[in-house]
Design a protein around this ligand. Structure first.
Ligand SMILES: [Zn+2]
Length: 162
């Protein structure tokens, strides 16, 4: 989970939420906010709409940060006097470079259409109907993979049988 900087949450932004359909914590898009917290979200994997839930049901507040309320609890003290790209910008640059490298010399046939029922392997190229072309950068536990897209790395489900 790379969570370098705290993004301002708003409708249309992306957030990790429990999906009531996929039964996984996955990337979601916020549909509606209540105050500063997401209320309704759309699953990026199955497109279902449901209430925002930061954790799996019954998942007792693990030592992980539960999202929203704590702004910048860890890391990155703000140094204002930096020249050149900030750390956050550097992360973005590195990510784009990695992504571009993975795309060099590829033909459209090298990409597999993303579907939750497909099983993906590290290094495989994925074509997602919403996010575009990506490369599997990491296998995660519980039928999830991290896929690097041009704009962002996202956690997606794979190998779902039902
Ligand atoms: Zn879902």
């Amino acid at each position: 989970m790379v969570r370098g900087m705290v993004k301002a949450l708003k409708a249309g932004a992306e957030v990790d939420s429990w999906c009531t359909k996929c039964k996984l914590v996955l990337n979601h898009r916020i549909i509606a906010m209540v105050g500063t917290a997401p209320a309704r979200v759309e699953c990026s994997t199955c497109n279902s709409h449901h209430n925002f839930r930061a954790r799996a049901p019954g998942d007792k507040a693990v030592a992980s940060k539960s999202g929203s309320s704590r702004a910048g609890s860890s890391a990155s003290p703000k140094t204002t006097s930096t020249r050149g790209p900030t750390k956050a910008q550097q992360v973005v640059l590195d990510r784009e470079r990695t992504w571009e490298k993975s795309m060099i010399g590829r033909s459209p046939n090298d990409f597999r259409p993303y579907r939750t029922s497909e099983l993906f392997d590290e290094g495989e190229l994925v074509r997602h109907s919403k996010f575009g072309d990506g490369v599997v950068t990491r296998m995660l536990e519980g039928k999830k993979v991290e896929v690097l897209f041009k704009d962002e790395a996202r956690t997606l489900a794979h190998g779902l049988t039902d």
